[in-house]
Design a binder for this molecule. Structure first.
Ligand SMILES: C[S@@+](CC[C@H](N)C(=O)[O-])C[C@H]1O[C@@H](n2cnc3c(N)ncnc32)[C@H](O)[C@@H]1O
Length: 431
């Protein structure tokens, strides 16, 4: 068991200071204001409760709390003279605010050089697969989307849910921080709405008139997404409930276990019909109409072969989405690509992909995942691990190959030809 020592410095209204040390599996540090040792400890318990954890003996075996009197100025750490800085682990003392101390950058002198005009396509592509069916841009989706005119058949987006506020949970019997990263920090409802309205508006420009968009979320962001969709003129087709067959337990035992996520499916235009592979979905569902409740497992260990993204979606989920709403050869955009799950599922199914990801670390995982399936054996093995794909192949033999040759012109790829027997360069058609 990994064990970290977190130091909590109590700031007092009186001259008393207490240092509260928590030993647990989680690296965290908290700033606590208290006027006595008992109150300092009480305060810690309250903060944990606010994070959905009940610190009773049976709940939390691995936590030890020790309160010691320390010296130091009010609200300062007594060691480094910084507000809330724990002085031990390099963390500031606020839930969810784990900022390493950085040296202050000297201000750069203003240059007299003329500003270079922006090139038409400023982004060098981060990665392009040998068959050009997997394309990854590294950068901010808000900057990059307005820079090209290409329109896609389908968009899948797994945007930030704004869940990261210092909560903790249990994974494999260990207490872990559920913060995903800076990109997922909780925001005000107003800011969440503004964020969703902006990217959904940019994405609408990138959809063909008969195109559809899927957006995943939880109650934290999904109502905002639904409102923005309607406001922007999309037509909501379904709200899928993804009921996870293996959800993590709720250790507080004060709520029902969280076991669902929602995925909204919408089309661009109220009156332009969309594509739905009804027959295939029915076949996959044992020849009964497929409902909007999908019982699918969370991500499996084999999907983490290139290391894991904190919110990586399972390939099984993306495969169903792609098969339901696109035909072979379709172009799919993911504006928040993460570890590239959408692109991997797209390529396993003979569709093409453009992803945008801000964090280089995650873009690198995407690239590694795509390189992995260049190996034909891995490609075939992964397809066999996805039950929907196995079922699809036994009914619609041609459901992964495109029928018509087509020429596409992409600003970032140049002209690309798609062969009639499937996807357009050899590595995929040989499979
Ligand atoms: C919920 S995750 C997507 C995970 C992905 N579905 C997968 O299976 O790996 C959201 C991703 O969006 C990225 N992101 C957040 N804001 C972004 C932005 N403005 N531009 C580009 N990427 C962004 C984050 O870095 C994160 O990797």
């Amino acid at each position: 068991m990994m064990s970290f020592i977190c130091s909590i410095f109590a700031a007092f209204f009186s001259a008393m200071n207490y240092q509260v040390t928590i030993t647990e599996t989680l690296q965290r540090s908290l700033l606590v204001d208290a006027s006595s040792a008992n109150l300092a400890e009480d305060n810690i318990y309250k903060r944990y409760r606010a994070c959905d954890i009940v610190l009773d003996d049976g709940d939390f075996q691995n936590v030890e709390i020790a309160v010691n009197e320390v010296s130091g100025a009010n609200g300062l750490d007594g060691v480094n003279g910084q507000d809330g800085y724990d002085g031990v682990n390099g963390h500031y003392g606020q839930i969810g605010l784990y900022k390493p101390i950085k040296p202050i950058k000297p201000i750069e002198p203003i240059s007299n050089k003329p500003i270079e005009p922006k090139p038409a396509w400023p982004t060098t592509i981060f990665y392009k697969s040998p068959s050009h069916d997997f394309n990854l841009l590294h950068g901010d989706t808000f900057d990059l989307l307005p820079q090209f005119n290409f329109q896609f058949d389908m968009i899948f987006a797994d945007p930030p849910y704004f869940l990261s506020s210092g909560g903790i949970s249990v994974q494999s019997g260990k207490v872990v921080c559920v913060d995903k990263g800076d990109w997922d920090k909780s925001m005000s409802q107003e800011d969440i709405n503004a964020f969703n309205l902006k990217w959904l508006s940019l994405c609408r420009e990138k959809l063909k008139d008969n195109g559809t968009i899927w957006i995943s979320g939880t109650y934290h962001n999904i109502f905002s997404v639904a409102n923005c969709l309607t406001q922007l003129g999309y037509k909501i087709l379904n709200v899928i409930t993804w009921a996870k067959t293996n959800p993590p337990p709720n250790i507080s035992c004060r709520y029902f276990t969280y076991s669902t996520e929602f995925i909204i499916w919408a089309r661009k235009k109220e009156k332009v019909p969309h594509y739905y592979n009804y027959e295939l979905m029915k076949h996959i569902n044992g020849d009964k109409q497929m409902t909007d409740v999908w019982r699918l497992p969370a991500i499996a260990p084999w999907e983490k072969s290139c290391t894991k993204h904190p919110t990586q979606k399972p390939l099984g989920l993306l495969s169903r989405i792609i098969m339901a709403s696109t035909e072979p050869g379709a172009w799919i955009l993911d504006p928040f690509a993460g570890s590239g799950t959408t692109g991997i599922a797209a390529n396993l199914l003979g569709r093409r992909f453009l992803g945008i990801e801000r964090e280089e670390e995650y873009a690198t995982i995407s690239k590694a995942r795509r390189e992995e399936i260049e190996n034909n054996k891995t490609f075939v093995t992964y397809k066999r691990k996805i039950p929907d794909i196995v079922k699809a192949e036994d009914t619609q033999k041609d459901c992964f190959t495109c029928k018509e040759p087509m020429i596409e012109t992409l600003p970032f790829l140049g002209e690309v030809e798609v062969q009639p027997d499937g996807v357009y360069l050899d590595s995929i058609t040989k499979r």
